[in-house]
Design a protein around this ligand. Sequence first.
Ligand SMILES: *Cc1c(COP(=O)(O)O)cnc(C)c1O
Length: 390
Amino acid sequence: MPHLMNTYGRLPVAFTHGEGCRLFDEQGKTYLDALAGIAVNTLGHNHPRLVKVLREQVGRLIHTSNLYRISEAEAASDRLAALSGMDEVFFCNSGCEANEAAIKLARLYGHHRGIDQPAIIVMEQAFHGRTLATLSATGNRKVQAGFEPLVTGFVRVPFDDFAAIEQLAERNPNIVAVLFEPIQGEGGINLAHQDFMRSLRQICDQKEWLFMVDEVQCGIGRTGVWFAHQHAGIVPDVMTLAKGLGSGVPIGACLATGRAAGVFKPGNHGSTFGGNPLACVAALTTLDVIEADGLMARAVTLGEAIRGGLREGLSGIAGVVEVRGDGLMIGIELDRPCADLVQRGLAAGTLINVTADKVVRLLPALVMSDAEGAELVAALVALIKEFLGA
Ligand SMILES: *Cc1c(COP(=O)(O)O)cnc(C)c1O
């Protein structure tokens, strides 16, 4: 038995290499990868341009320190600022760290405004990470159970429910920010309405709250825009990124603008590894390739084709509740727990995930081809029909 701490129930497979949306295991079996390391491998596996750039960077510099200027981090921050219309970027190494930065920023912002017990509105079914603050912000008891006392200062409302937020605005003077995912990933591919986001933007302006979006899973081109909130035509005050940003090289980011800009000063926050040259060239290359290869438009057309194919193939089948999503963030909700589908998919050579008990989740790389999309639809229709006994 390996000495890994028992934090994951792992599937009995180990991959040796990958190519695009294909992975190969120790036995030489081939898999179609519709998960991309949970929305991480934006450019698929072994992308020639990313590999070349990373090799060159490794031979030049991997890490220096944030005690010095880092030109790659400066370039990556300029790029993210241009794409988002936001002003400042703090680099870290993961999604939970990006959210920790956002939570700290909101609290400090509150204290600057004379609020001693600042509170942040968070949503049901939300997922923000596994550190103490981010699991406290998460709206899933399974993630929290056993780790009490939780971090205080979060107020929970139903997802996508503006009336609930208006009510809180009336009676809670300690609120300083709202944190939510424009599309909930772990929560089961739940989309916030554009109207909800626009109304929320307005109330945040009226109340001088920070509008904070967690785009760790839904950001980086996956839904046909750089960041999912852009569908609503608004700009947040704070945005967090990670998963797909480095195409597999760990990097997270917390962006700030407007009244959230300038809140952190030297000494307020930091990260030893954050913004190192290797991670930042991975991010820059990921963003460059998405743009150069038109991968956001691809995410839209391929996502539509996959959802259309699934709806057609699964139409009239009892047990299928809904096929939903945006771009290449796709959920198939069944009427019963279906975690077993992951094993069945693995046996059939298709890598998928199940979240929120009943939702099959697809998060393929943005480089997936039309043929691979069609292959994925056929495989899933067969798997789900068999599972449901249809
Ligand atoms: C995965 C995820 C996180 C946590 O990211 P880690 O890198 O695992 O810490 C936070 N928020 C959302 C929306 C996520 O999907």
